[in-house]
Design a binder for this molecule. Sequence first.
Ligand SMILES: Nc1ncnc2c1ncn2[C@@H]1O[C@H](COP(=O)(O)OP(=O)(O)OP(=O)(O)O)[C@@H](O)[C@H]1O
Ligand SMILES: [Mg+2]
Length: 267
Amino acid sequence: MDTLTNGTKISIQGVTKIFSGKRDEVIALKELSMDVQDGEFIVIVGASGCGKTTLINLVAGFEAPTHGQIILDGQPVTGITPECGMIFQQYALFPWKTVQQNVEFGMKMKRMPQKERQERAARFIDIVGLKGFERSYPHHLSGGMKQRVSIARSLANDPKVLLLDEPFAALDAMTRQVLQEQLVRIYEKHRKTIIFITHSIDEALLLSSRIVVMTARPGRIAQEIVNDLPHPRNADVQLSNRYMELKRTIWDSVQAEVMKSMEVETH
Ligand SMILES: Nc1ncnc2c1ncn2[C@@H]1O[C@H](COP(=O)(O)OP(=O)(O)OP(=O)(O)O)[C@@H](O)[C@H]1O
Ligand SMILES: [Mg+2]
């Protein structure tokens, strides 16, 4: 087993996912293979419907592959993986629980002693800048604040892997930027292994250590780009020639796949 975990956190091995309906079937992913190293920040981009959400649902164990397998820390994923923290586009908070109770939820499930989980929740609420809102309910918070609660809840649970599915897509540009910067800081400090899905190439370049472009459905890997932009990644980085060069490469790759997916749909 040790040979498998040699720096590799997640190994996606020849994964095919077919959804069978009453009349037809959809091949969402086809023989997709990819390794994610411990502490990598992978950003996945690709046309709508190419199978990005399906892929991270498989990693989290919400769905099972039709063929192939996913190995997490040397063990095959066979069911819902508590080691994975998942953050969705919509905030998925319990509306009847306060911020504090929402953040404590996973730790409570793990039977962490009350004092410890209260302190831990308070610490992560502070990290995401929500100190003072512990007793608020989700409906009193803005979208950006709710998303920060989701992030605090996942981090407080100390997942081995963080899976984020377009977490900032519904937010305004300013809030998005603040949360992106917060996530970068958290990543630099805690070095979690992260898989993050986005439609924004700028977001991908700001956050990732590696960018994976998926093909049009059925999803496979079209291209992988190591993001060698220097840290800290701020506005200056976005003006560099290397930034423009990488942006062009990714744009061309995504664009080609989007065109293919449209051809499939119009024929
Ligand atoms: N539970 C399901 N049952 C049937 N088909 C599904 C199911 N989940 C996804 N699909 C299909 O699988 C394909 C991939 O879907 P998926 O949600 O993974 O795409 P995506 O890349 O996340 O798209 P988007 O960028 O729009 O979020 C789509 O054709 C979708 O209709
Ligand atoms: Mg999706």
